[in-house]
Design a protein around this ligand. Structure first.
Ligand code: FE2
Length: 427
């Protein structure tokens, strides 16, 4: 073995497990491996997991905070207007530099797969060219999947359909959309049909911004599920945001969830952004706006949590930490049972890996040796502590290392280090 990680805890609850790595892949996962590793690391009971995966991000806008000004109201509509002001000023070099800087943050956080939407409403397709370049530049460390996203509306923005086709011709991976951004419900439905037909004809996946609205009658997810089934796209389609579902009538949702399940459509919620941007027309009570995550899961629908934005026109915070995303999702969805808290960890790891269709993901012999050692003993503790990434491995190679979070206390006349794990016996 080239490397053995010893005494690891795994996300499924197994403890004191050794993970043997040969070359780029995991060779063995078992207690007390007899083999010797050229390098051996004692994980001391820390959680070792496959990398974090972000199923929904905007790499073309990230780290542009303050350009050309900050979002004063913090609203979605001002964010879209601000992006419109910024777009004419974008240069390819600046786009590439910001995206690469974010990818460095991602690696440091053990986030090694990102599905990024890229706005195709600029006829120059500057952002598409920039992110295709970035996809190649980071290939050795991050699986970057790009979505052709007509931010200003496929039918509403002049030339958007033509631009989107060109973006796909250039190598963008996934067909995007924004049906609630079209002029009418009918046009939204027509956009969904056109985009799904395009994806079916080209053998591509679909991921649409869908019903990112507090309007309970925004029901494009119904059309998306219908077209998915009609065109045989089951398992390859995701609806992102789906915030209108928060406000929908319960009776209608009882019909909608089985439709989504039948069609194999996944749901991607973006907790940090949904809790920030939705409910802005409400006085009190204010709606949370996030889609119905526990109910979607209970219906057997694939769900993931995405980050969506970091330091961009829509969101002024964030640092590529999917544990922060899971932490917010857990709270907003009130997923506070032991099982539900652990499931929140899966919503930023294995669930988005399935939605992206990642190859060789997981902790089992034959999977890629893409692993993260966290400064926490379990998935729930990892979320609680937003734990440091002690070690980030990609294809068996160390990409990042960090010291554990410790504080030196000067109390009771002495000096001692503490950490924030529950002391043995305290539980
Ligand atoms: Fe988004």
């Amino acid at each position: 073995m080239d490397l053995i990680l010893r005494h690891a805890s795994l996300p499924d609850g197994r403890r004191d497990i050794d993970i043997g790595i040969s070359g780029e892949r995991i060779a063995a996962v078992a207690p007390r491996l007899a083999a010797q590793g050229a390098i051996e690391i004692d994980c001391q009971g820390d959680l070792v997991c496959p990398p974090f995966v972000d199923a929904h991000f905007h790499l073309d806008a990230t780290l542009s905070y303050g350009l050309p000004r900050v979002n004063a109201s913090g609203t979605l509509l001002e964010g879209i207007a601000l992006w419109g002001e910024l777009k004419p000023q974008l240069t390819q070099d600046a786009l590439v530099q910001r995206a690469l800087a974010y990818c460095d943050w991602a690696v440091a956080r053990g986030l090694l797969a990102i599905r990024s939407h890229v706005d195709v409403c600029d006829p120059r397709l500057l952002a598409v060219e920039a992110l295709l370049h970035v996809r190649e530049r980071v290939r050795d460390r991050i699986d970057l999947q790009l979505v052709a996203f007509p931010q200003d509306g496929l039918l509403r923005a002049p030339g958007a359909l033509d631009n989107l086709r060109r973006a796909l011709d250039m190598g963008v991976d996934v067909v995007g959309g924004i049906p609630h951004g079209e002029r009418t419900m009918d046009e939204g439905a027509r956009a969904v049909r056109i985009l799904c037909e395009l994806a079916a004809a080209r053998g591509l996946r679909v991921d649409m911004h869908c019903d990112e609205s507090d309007d309970p009658l925004s029901r494009h997810i119904e059309t998306l599920a219908f077209e998915t089934q009609r065109l045989g796209l089951q398992g390859r389609v995701a609806g992102s945001h789906l915030t209108s579902m928060h406000s929908m009538d319960n009776y209608y949702v009882s019909k909608l969830l089985p439709l989504m399940r039948e069609a194999g459509v996944a749901a991607i919620a973006n907790p940090l952004i949904n809790i920030t941007l939705q409910g802005r027309h409400d006085s009190y009570p204010k709606r949370r706006g996030m889609t119905r995550v526990p109910e979607l899961l209970a219906a057997g629908i694939e769900v993931a949590f995405g980050h969506d934005c970091v330091l961009d026109p829509w969101y002024s915070l964030g640092s590529a930490d999917m544990l922060e995303v899971a932490h917010m999702g857990l709270h907003v969805a009130q997923m506070t049972s032991q099982a539900a808290m652990a499931q929140c960890f899966a919503l930023v790891t294995e669930a988005p890996a399935r939605i992206l269709g990642l190859d060789g993901y997981g902790i089992a012999p034959g999977c890629y040796a893409d692993l993260v050692r966290l400064d926490a003993p379990s998935p729930i503790d990892a979320i609680r502590l937003r734990a440091a990434r002690r070690l980030v491995l990609r294809r068996g190679r160390v990409l990042a290392e960090a010291a554990p979070a410790r504080v030196t206390l000067h109390t009771d006349g002495g000096v001692r280090d503490i950490d924030f794990r529950l002391s043995p016996g305290a539980g």
